[in-house]
Design a protein around this ligand. Structure first.
Ligand code: ADP
Ligand code: MG
Length: 720
């Protein structure tokens, strides 16, 4: 093993420069050229067909067969003109990641390339190998994919990719996209209805998402020499380096050349695909970076994020690098998240989370702002569940990561606004010159928000004109948190509309009725508001007093999905039925078990087959030395001391690996998935992972560096 480490290290200096083909033209000249977006549709569809497609997209409606044929024919010509030979229905199964099955346009019977509307609209991939949580065994063995016209088709390699949903033959959803589309429809409907209180011209509201994607980059040979990274995406062992992130010098530093080239390369590929990447920078930990796009409509933004991760993976290989999306690849260093910046936009161009400059629109803003806070308070447990994954468990509540407690950060000004509104029914605050803010019901002048008011420790923070859900894991598919967030918002808006309508019916003037409901919401949702340091221990105690949940592991976090309250919510808006929720939880638990199981196995394997042999053979050298010293009559206590320490750590490793193996055997016999997941969490991961790791990491400090088999943190993080 040590040979592999040193071979990998020696390759670092011999890396040939990777050439990046930078197009000679401006980005705007090639942006979206591989995506069948609005520009391409306008260019290739008859105006009547284009209008039909646009209307169907806007109204969440099905596209008729004739229109589908016209689109299929146009997209086939476009794709073939760009060299595509195949097409695939591209979907997002519950395993995470994306899936596809390629078919050729070429039809051997007629001898020509063909692509019918029906092939665009629907396919039947063999669904039997995708997780279904028992749905298919009870019902039907087939599933089908169906075209999602709200997300642009794109060419990847020589294949036309068609974004699709994936459902079982009996109609249960088997992917992450279908519930998202349903939640987006629900929030559109509910928000539009509320907007009508203010402006009759508002007839659609769409949710927008900008995903800030954090990731690590390591050299690919070093990565390959770490079986734990390859198998689990994170290092299960590794002592923290002498220099970690304590200098805080990486964040502002220049991007290392090899990584910079990699970034340029994946940006160009992404731009061609129409992914609107905008920002790149270093992150806090060494070798950690971030990329952020301009926000888009949620569904399109999420497809783009999924595609981006794929592009980054592929391009990193080309650069002899490996991108790590795991939430916590390195213990003791910052984890990675995927900050979901979220807002709601009307068809009239109003951002409903942006304070406005006139009275009417500010009440509209406050309505959506306060309703969002209320929704988060009402369903904080569900929001927590929506980001639960084995990987994110390592991050939430750990060093430099948002806690597992859901709370909302509003900023000083919005807090004052809400407090005033609650107390007086209107708002009047005067502070300094340009922070004048006065908000009455009749005349509401401009709110000037101090956007610099930031809190990086809050899982859900208001950032001036949007909310930022920061607790989402970096490797996760944002469809799930976005489904939940938009759904709880929709539900709260329905409640808001009903409450206001009731007041109006009993004779209250409309704006007063709105303010009355908002004041009640403010009162009821106070517990969720927190402006302090979310990473502190005090907050954990305070949150407990407030009755907020602090669930630190996936099996327990996702139990919320199964509560009657949650199922009622899902069914009310047609997002999931009971069977689907149950199936999904089963899949989540199975996924969790597998992840922990693989980690446990790789730990045992590395510890027993790599670490212990290395430690004992080094110990033998020391014994020889100790005996030699003794023979010469020289004091050997120092060496004997090290020999004893090594023995101690080997004992710890050996004993705990054995006990953990016994626990695994016991857990595997449990037939109830929930019980098995709990056992893997409590009796395996919680009990043994840290113990074994600690002993191994201590040995790393004792054993001769020349013998150590695993690439060390300092090598992974600082050498490129
Ligand atoms: P930061 O949060 O680091 O200050 P930005 O304010 O530029 O950075 O925004 C980060 C992300 O939020 C970007 O992806 C950006 O496009 C997105 N964003 C900005 N405005 C909105 C909005 N109204 N809705 C959703 N996302 C938004
Ligand atoms: Mg941000």
């Amino acid at each position: 093993m040590a040979r592999l480490r040193f071979k990998a290290l020696s390759q670092l200096n011999k890396r040939a420069k990777v050439q990046v083909d930078i197009p000679a033209t401006k980005i705007s000249d090639y942006f979206g050229e591989d995506s069948f977006g609005v520009k391409q549709m306008l260019g290739s569809l008859a105006p009547a067909v284009f209008k039909k497609v646009s209307e169907a997209i806007k109204n969440h409606e099905k596209i008729d067969a004739e229109t589908a044929d016209a689109v299929a024919s146009a997209v086939k010509s476009w794709a073939m003109s760009k060299g595509a030979t195949h097409y695939t229905h591209w979907f997002q199964p519950l395993t995470g990641g994306t899936a596809e099955k390629h078919d050729a346009f070429f039809d051997p019977i007629s001898g020509i390339e063909k692509f019918k509307g029906s092939e665009l609209v629907q396919q039947e991939p063999d669904a039997s190998s995708f997780p279904n949580g028992g749905i298919r065994s009870t019902f039907e063995a087939r599933g089908y994919t169906a075209w999602d016209p709200t997300s642009a088709m794109f060419i990847y390699g020589k294949t036309l990719c068609i974004p699709t949903v994936f459902v079982s033959y009996t109609g249960e959803t088997l992917d992450t996209k279908s519930p998202l589309l349903k939640a987006l429809k629900a929030v559109d409907k509910a928000a539009t209805k509320v907007c009508q209180f203010f402006d009759k011209d508002i007839n659609t509201v769409s949710a927008s998402l900008g995903c800030e994607q954090e990731y690590f980059v390591v050299d690919r040979s070093l990565y390959m020499a770490r079986p734990d990274l390859v198998m689990t995406g994170r290092t299960v062992f590794g002592h923290s380096p002498a220099r970690g992130q304590q200098l805080d010098d990486h964040y502002f530093g220049a991007i290392p050349t090899r990584v910079y080239k990699f970034m340029k390369d994946f940006e160009i590929e992404s731009w061609k695909l129409g992914i609107p990447l905008r920002t790149r920078h270093n992150e806090v930990a060494p070798s950690q970076f971030e990329v952020a796009p301009l926000f888009e409509e949620v569904n399109a933004a999420n497809d783009h994020n999924q595609l981006l991760m794929d592009v980054m993976n592929r391009v990193s290989e080309r650069h002899n690098l490996q991108v790590l999306f795991h939430e916590k690849p390195f213990a003791g260093l910052n984890g990675s998240g995927k900050h979901n910046n979220w807002s709601l936009m009307t068809n009239t161009g109003v951002n409903l989370f942006a304070p406005a400059s006139n009275a009417k629109d500010n009440l509209l803003f406050l309505t959506f702002f306060i309703t969002a806070i209320k929704a988060v308070h009402e369903h904080s447990d569900l929001l927590r569940a929506s980001i639960a994954t084995a990987g994110n468990d390592h991050r939430l509540g750990a060093h430099e990561a948002p806690p597992a407690i859901m709370s909302a950060f509003l900023g000083k000004q919005m807090n004052t606004v809400l407090d005033e509104l609650e107390k007086n029914g209107n708002v009047k605050i005067e502070k300094g010159d340009n922070m004048y803010m006065k908000l009455g019901i009749d005349q509401i002048p401009e709110i000037i928000l101090d956007a610099t008011d930031r809190n990086r420790t809050s899982p859900f923070a208001f950032t001036g004109n949007k909310f930022e859900f920061r607790a989402v894991g970096s490797s996760d598919n944002s469809a799930t948190p976005m489904t939940i967030l938009n759904l709880i918002m929709a539900d709260q808006l329905v409640d808001f509309h009903a409450s206001v309508s009731k007041e109006i019916e009993s004779g209250t003037e409309k704006r007063l009725a709105i303010v009355n409901v908002l004041r009640r919401y403010i009162k009821e949702s106070k517990a969720i508001r927190f402006e302090g340091d979310g990473y502190s221990d005090d907050w954990v105690k305070e949150a407990e007093k407030r009755g907020l949940g602090n669930i630190t592991n996936t099996p327990r976090a996702i139990e919320t999905y199964l509560s009657e309250k949650s199922i009622g919510l899902f069914e009310r808006h047609g997002v999931f039925n009971r069977k689907e929720v149950e199936a999904r939880n089963e899949i989540k638990l199975e996924g969790y078990i597998k992840k922990v199981q693989i980690e446990a196995r790789i730990m045992c394997d590395l510890a027993i087959n790599h670490i212990v042999p290395t430690a004992t053979s080094y110990q033998n050298k020391l014994i020889l030395n100790a005996n030699g010293l003794k023979g010469l009559g020289i004091d050997n206590t120092g060496v004997v001391d090290i020999i004893k320490k090594i023995s101690g750590y080997i004992d710890t490793i050996e004993q705990n690996v054995n006990k953990m193996t016994e626990e695994r055997k016991r857990a595997n016999k449990l037939t109830d998935t929930n019980e098995r997941a709990m056992a893997y969490c409590d009796d395996i991961k919680e009990k043994y992972f840290d113990k074994i790791r600690k002993a191994v990491d201590k040995l790393e400090l004792l054993v001769d560096d020349e013998d150590w088999p695993l690439v060390k943190y300092r090598e992974l993080l600082f050498l490129r």
